[in-house]
Design a protein around this ligand. Structure first.
Ligand SMILES: *[C@@H]1O[C@H](CO)[C@@H](O)[C@H](O)[C@H]1NC(C)=O
Ligand SMILES: *[C@@H]1O[C@H](CO)[C@@H](O)[C@H](O)[C@H]1NC(C)=O
Ligand SMILES: *[C@@H]1O[C@H](CO)[C@@H](O)[C@H](O)[C@H]1NC(C)=O
Ligand SMILES: *[C@@H]1O[C@H](CO)[C@@H](O)[C@H](O)[C@H]1NC(C)=O
Ligand SMILES: *[C@@H]1O[C@H](CO)[C@@H](O)[C@H](O)[C@H]1NC(C)=O
Ligand SMILES: *[C@@H]1O[C@H](CO)[C@@H](O)[C@H](O)[C@H]1NC(C)=O
Ligand SMILES: *[C@@H]1O[C@H](CO)[C@@H](O)[C@H](O)[C@H]1NC(C)=O
Ligand SMILES: *[C@@H]1O[C@H](CO)[C@@H](O)[C@H](O)[C@H]1NC(C)=O
Length: 906
């Protein structure tokens, strides 16, 4: 038995290496017909300026890379490397002089798919330095390979087959201090998950070599469309030692082929010229810094191309380093593509010798059609939690963050994004736990995406230029313990969810130096301090200095003349008050408004106007009437509000509302709940808390949908921050029948004074009677109700005009809430937060009653949802991908199942 000559072995080796270091000349004549979209290919010409894509000479549509990366710069290769045959792809590169890591992001259709990725490099002295660089390549957060460019005209192609966990894949170039990374081209080809089963979620394959045996021309390179997966098969040409077998018949893949070698590749094979010789080749192990004995996967492709007579046998052994690699004699099938590969990587020697020799029974020498060799890489590192990644990516885009924010936010650890802190657990994806974006020049509002980074514990947005309101969704971040918003331009108030978190001690918020924020650090300096030094007490109608300083209204300012126009000369009066009248108006855009005009004779009005205007510009809530603008024109002062077409609650209780329709119990409860929410916001959503001091049915306004909004903040007062039990004032304010007796005694209103007044209003809603009624002597609604309820009969007090159309438990509960709210001792009264919760329960009781009785609730169409559901099932039944288990005949080998599962035709 003869061995092949050492020369042949060397030849084999050099060809294998040439796959990675093909010359520019050979690449320039690659013949390929590729198309992009229909096959799911992405083909990127890196560094190509502009937006136009082009069809290259081999029919592949290449697109510029701007849509895939936002760093680096375009650079043309030096003219001395431009040859007529050089493909357009090689003329320019993108290089990355800045940043340790620069990444391309390629979006794919679905998560968890398998791809072939190909990165192409030709230096071409594009930077004029004459020093080809060495740098590292990563696929996502996993090391792929070192790229060592050894010559200016060398084309280096790196290829990997990987499973991508997300619906995008990042390819990153990492500067290792040995030259500026650059890239020429980047290609992505989708692969079915059943192909290359050795590539799985934790293991990727890096191409060492892919050879087609049999072509006689060095330039006979096969790729798409001959190979539907656009693998590039380089020819092995050695006419001295090998005879060529070929066929023009199609070589078929089996139905469940795990490699799908293209027919064009399988149509040629080699066999030793000397029939007693073996086929031999080898590759050398290439130790990696982090993997001194890399594992290898070999795939050997065989197909019989000659129709053999029955007395002729071709059978051979496949040996690796002198040991049988495949434990039996191998006889390839005629015109079917067969393959032998190891499913677990081999890791032993420095050199891997493959020898294929005929068995004793064989009458023909061995053959081989093609071979692929891969080394394996770990893809065990998983990227940062994908929800965190999309959120922080959205934040990066919104604020145009540059820094080093590219690639995975947390991994590899030495490339984690500046300002981020991450947690790393063994069995789960890294999470973002800290974000420090202070002094980052951030503009605009606070991105809602912050609320999607669920594991964040520390969020520092201090000292930027952030405006708008603070999103309450941040309160849903259950791990958040520190939120620093200091030194921005935020407005509005601290949302209730966050206030609850402050109150239960789970969150520390810093928000100083936000001049427009409704907090103790903000407008209290100028507007909401309850003490005497508040500018409110300094106000005179002629002092515009004061107006400029404290009435920092964001709202529109109207002239008196404009008011005359929009009210059509104050034609329609909506209501009257001590301050003057409220008029109906129509803005240019058709918006209806209500205008409260201070009457000339009213002195008191100024202070209240200013107070109300200040409050309404600082606080915003859906259950507080909103101010559209104001007028300060000479002695005229006016406030312009949204128009509330359904008037006030008192009119509706009395039956004098629009259409004279009576409110149903459910409507009453809803109005009570909405008013309670507005009050709760004043008490809890503002810091310091605001006391309305004049809660009553005439101050609850209703819009066209009968949604309640609290109006009239002229008497509202802020708590003293340093002593938040009460506010000192020198005069009792409020409306008879609604005034808290404790306040009456102490002259110190508290939030519980509002609770008391609210209780009175709630009784009005239950009974349909005024706060003070005649029975026949004047009596407070509270006493009147208590007396009757003491007899245990709710029917005695419920508004008889509802004709019993209510859930009795719901009414009982509401009455009970009202009585609790109107307890004499304020400590025994619930807070507005409690009241909101209790009223919600009332509404649920009433709702359950309606739902239970059927008919009234037609919002859900069960028919359509069940149809959708069955449609979904049908889709699954037809569309589900069945996992085909690989019938590997032997423990360590994957062998494509042969005829038993193949097509019937032979
Ligand atoms: C490119 O594709 C078109 C359309 O499929 C085809 O007609 C043409 O022959 C192809 N050209 C090359 C050079 O492959
Ligand atoms: C790159 O390849 C050249 C030539 O094979 C070798 O001399 C050099 O050490 C390699 N560089 C690195 C960093 O491995
Ligand atoms: C991937 O393949 C390797 C080698 O066969 C195996 O050790 C590993 O468990 C596989 N990983 C998964 C997720 O199947
Ligand atoms: C072929 O290789 C095997 C394994 O190395 C060896 O046992 C055998 O003797 C060789 N030759 C023949 C003709 O089987
Ligand atoms: C060779 O042929 C003999 C006789 O037919 C048979 O017993 C033996 O199993 C064959 N060997 C191989 C490797 O197929
Ligand atoms: C609020 O008042 C304090 C103390 O008087 C002062 O230091 C701070 O700068 C003021 N803040 C604003 C926003 O004016
Ligand atoms: C306006 O009022 C402030 C504060 O009371 C006072 O200091 C200032 O002199 C007044 N200006 C005019 C023009 O009256
Ligand atoms: C808060 O007010 C109460 C009642 O007037 C008083 O007794 C207490 O000393 C005050 N506390 C502070 C810190 O001012």
């Amino acid at each position: 038995m003869e061995q092949s000559t050492p020369w042949a072995m060397a030849q084999a080796r050099s060809r294998l290496l040439l796959l990675c270091l093909a010359t520019a000349a050979s690449v320039s004549v690659l013949q390929a017909r590729a198309q992009t979209d229909t096959m799911g290919f992405i083909s990127i010409d890196c560094g190509l300026p502009g937006t136009a894509s082009y069809l290259d000479t081999s029919n592949i549509t290449y697109v510029p890379d701007a849509a895939f990366i936002d760093t680096g710069s375009n650079s043309n290769i030096s003219v001395e490397y431009v040859t007529p045959k050089l493909k357009k792809l090689y003329l320019n590169v993108r290089s990355f002089p800045d940043g340790a890591r620069n990444c391309y992001t390629l979006r794919t259709a679905n998560a968890g798919h398998k791809f072939l990725l190909r990165a192409i490099f030709m230096y071409g002295n594009h930077d004029g330095l004459g020093r080809p660089p060495v740098f590292d390549l990563y696929v996502g957060v996993n090391f792929w390979t070192m790229v060592n460019i050894t010559a200016a005209d060398a084309v280096v192609i790196q290829e990997a087959i990987v499973v991508v966990p997300e619906d995008f894949v990042q390819v990153c170039l990492v500067n290792t201090g040995t030259g500026t990374p650059f890239i020429t081209g980047l290609e992505l080809r989708p692969l079915k998950s059943t192909l290359y089963p050795q590539a799985n979620a934790t293991q990727g394959l890096v191409l060492v070599g892919r050879l087609n045996f049999g072509p006689t021309d060095q330039t006979d390179i096969i790729r798409y469309p001959d190979d539907l997966h656009d693998r590039i098969w380089f020819p092995w040409v050695n006419p001295t030692n090998w005879a060529v077998l070929s066929t023009t018949n199609r070589v078929q893949n089996l139905d469940d082929d795990i490699f799908e070698a293209p027919s064009k590749v399988m149509q040629t094979a080699i066999t030793p010229r000397n029939a007693s010789m073996n086929i031999e080749f080898y590759w050398d192990s290439e130790p990696q810094p982090k993997d001194p004995t890399p594992g290898y996967i070999g795939i050997l492709y065989f197909s019989e191309l000659q129709l053999l007579p029955s007395n002729v046998v071709r059978q051979f052994y496949i040996n690796l380093n002198g040991q049988l690699w495949y434990p039996r004699g191998m006889t390839p099938d005629y015109l079917y593509s067969d393959s032998i590969s190891n499913d677990n990587p081999v890791r032993d020697n420095a050199r891997y010798n493959i020898s294929i020799n005929a068995t004793a029974n064989s009458t023909l020498p061995p053959i081989i059609n093609a071979v692929e060799v891969f080394s394996v890489i770990s893809t065990r590192n998983v990227g940062t939690d994908s929800v965190d990644v999309s959120a922080i990516t959205a934040i990066k885009a919104k604020y145009h963050i540059l820094k080093n924010w590219m690639g995975d936010p947390c991994l590899p650890k030495n490339f984690a994004w500046n300002g981020l802190t991450c947690s790393f657990a063994i069995s789960s994806a890294p999470r973002i736990t800290g974000i420090n974006m202070s002094f980052s020049g951030l503009n605009g509002d606070i991105s809602s995406s912050f609320a999607d980074i669920k594991a964040v514990q520390y969020l520092d947005l201090s000292h930027n230029n952030l405006s708008g309101t603070i999103p309450d969704s941040l309160s849903q971040l259950s791990s958040l313990t520190v939120l620093d918003l200091t030194g921005n331009q935020l407005s509005g108030s601290i949302p209730s969810g966050l206030l609850k978190r402050i109150q239960d001690g789970s969150l520390n918020i810093r928000y100083g130096n936000n001049p427009n924020l409704c907090t103790d650090a903000g407008p209290t300096n100028t507007t909401l301090k309850p003490q005497n030094e508040t500018p409110m007490s300094h106000v005179t109608t002629n002092n515009s200095t004061y107006e400029e300083r404290s009435l920092q209204l964001e709202n529109r300012r109207f002239t008196y003349r404009e008011l005359e126009i929009i009210t059509n000369n104050f034609q329609r009066v909506l209501g009257q008050g001590g301050f003057g009248s409220v008029y109906h108006g129509l803005l240019e855009d058709g918006t209806q408004v209500a205008i409260k005009l201070r009457s000339d004779s009213s002195n008191q009005g100024v202070k209240e106007f200013v107070a109300e205007a200040q409050i309404l510009t600082q606080i915003h809530h859906k259950n507080l009437v909103s101010m559209i603008g104001y007028c300060k024109d000479g002695e005229y002062m006016a406030l312009v509000y949204e128009y509330m077409p359904e008037g006030n609650l008192q009119e509706h209780i009395a039956g004098n509302g629009h259409n004279r329709k009576l409110l149903s119990w459910r409507q009453r409860l809803k109005i009570a709940l909405e008013s309670a929410q507005g009050l709760e916001y004043l008490h809890k959503g503002c810091n310091p808390p605001l006391i309305h001091r004049d809660v009553k049915a005439t101050n609850i306004l209703l819009n066209s949908k009968l949604e309640a909004k609290i109006a009239d903040f002229g008497l509202s007062k802020a708590f003293n921050r340093d002593n938040d039990t009460h506010v000192s004032t020198n005069s009792l304010v409020g409306t008879p029948g609604y005034v808290d007796p404790e306040y009456q005694n102490t002259m110190q209103p508290t939030t519980k004074s509002d609770v008391y007044s609210f209780g009175v209003m709630l009784l009005e809603l239950v009974t349909g009677r005024p706060a003070v009624l005649r029975d026949p002597e004047p009596i407070s609604i509270i006493q009147w109700s208590r007396q009757r309820l003491a007899r245990g009969n709710i029917e005695d007090i419920v508004d008889p005009r509802m004709h019993g159309n209510y859930d009795i438990n719901s009414v009982w509960k509401a009455a009970d809430i009202a009585l609790k709210c109107t307890m004499v001792a304020s400590t025994q009264r619930p807070t507005m937060t409690d009241v909101v919760m209790l009223l919600q329960e009332c509404l649920e009781l009433q709702q359950a009653c309606i739902d239970g009785s059927g008919g009234m609730n037609g919002n859900f169409s069960t028919g359509s949802s069940s149809d959708l559901y069955s449609g979904y099932n049908a889709y699954n039944a037809h569309g589900q991908f069945t996992d085909v288990s690989q019938g590997s005949t032997d423990h360590n080998f994957l062998r494509v199942p042969t005829m038993a599962k193949g097509p019937a035709a032979r």
